[in-house]
Ligand binder design. Structure first.
Ligand code: PMV
Length: 326
């Protein structure tokens, strides 16, 4: 039996997080850091998951049967990561005439759970690897919508941003109903990250409560974020990086006013700007997590500055390729 390895890129949100929940557009980019799933068919109908980078290991028993699927896990913290893989298998197995067992070995060359879309990448790569291991080809468009289904099932609610961009690669402008790929040149960014202090679910909920208390005010902030996204789209497509950077700074100010930035995020952002970044903002839900800086002339300086300010940091580039069999 043949082993198939599928990789899927991580994702950074460039513009429009939080406002996308209220129907505004957002822009997200696939990065040149990948998560890999190696799938090896098993003859016993069991699914075994080994994911040392996710601190997870599980045995999902009896994928071929219709009854309750039992999960046995080792390592602490396993359940959350295992839930994405388990749900991905349940979704992907509908496409196989005869669902069979598989061993999935998951590894990642980016930090997992930091806010780089790794849960979407796990879903994307697991779906494609499981189907491919049994000779079934799913297009990346199909994988994108199946992975979105997985994220919604596990999280309760999720925008299609991460699953779409991880499956398809490149940069996309996305609304809840629609998406379109932007054509543009390279976009070198420096990623910084600090520990999360709150979950995405709590932050989305905090914004919802703020909006309920100040509907007109928060509505105007959402409108302003939407406007920044549209201006950013034009600037990205004309490779006008100075304007892209300025709009990142404006978007950051608007996110700060929604209450989702933190002191530690702000320390990284100001350190990056002082070290030569043209623009810097949080990326994702906030409450800690990811900061992105656009610093075409000062990548090394900005990386060091964010580390001195208390974060981990590494440079990333746009990756135009989405999920692929390696
Ligand atoms: O926390 P992350 O990296 O999953 O980003 C969440 C982005 C939000 O816009 C806040 C929520 C969403 O589902 O789009």
């Amino acid at each position: 039996m043949r082993q198939v390895v599928v990789s899927a890129p991580g994702v950074v949100k460039l513009f429009g997080e939080h406002a996308v929940v209220y129907g505004k557009p957002a822009i997200a980019m696939a990065i040149n850091k990948r998560l890999r799933v190696a799938a090896l068919p098993r003859s016993d109908g069991h699914v075994k998951i080994i994911a040392r980078d996710l601190k997870a290991m599980g045995l999902i028993i009896n994928v071929a049967g219709n009854g309750e699927i039992a999960i046995e896990t080792e390592y602490g913290m396993a359940m959350n990561a295992i839930s994405y893989v388990r749900t991905a298998i349940e979704v992907a197995k509908k496409y196989l005439r005869e669902p069979r067992g598989v061993e999935l070995d998951i590894s990642s060359d980016m930090p997992v759970g930091a806010g780089l879309g790794t849960s979407a990448a796990v879903a994307v790569a697991s779906i494609k690897a499981y189907a491919s291991a049994f000779g079934y080809h799913l297009t990346n468009d199909e994988v994108a919508s199946l992975a979105h289904e997985v994220e919604k099932t596990v999280q309760g609610a999720a925008s299609p941003m991460d699953s779409t961009v991880s499956a398809l690669g490149g940069i996309h402008i996305i609304t809840l109903q629609d998406r379109s790929r932007l054509s543009m040149g390279p976009l070198p960014l420096v990623v910084g990250y600090v520990d999360r202090e709150s979950t995405t679910k709590d932050l989305v909920n905090n914004v919802k409560e703020l909006r309920a208390r100040y509907p007109a005010l928060i509505g105007s902030i959402m409108d302003a974020i939407g406007e920044a996204v549209l201006l950013a789209r034009n600037a990205l497509e004309s490779n006008d990086l100075a304007t892209v950077a300025e709009l990142m700074n404006i978007n950051q100010g608007l996110l700060e006013s929604l209450g989702v930035s933190t002191g530690r995020i702000n320390s990284l952002i100001y350190a990056a700007r002082r070290a030569g970044a043209l623009g810097a903002k949080l990326s994702g839900a906030g409450g800690g997590g990811i900061v992105i800086a656009l610093a075409p002339e000062a990548v090394k300086e900005v990386k060091i500055a964010m580390e001195i300010a208390g974060g981990h940091s590494f440079p990333v580039e746009k990756d135009d390729e989405g999920a692929r069999v390696d």
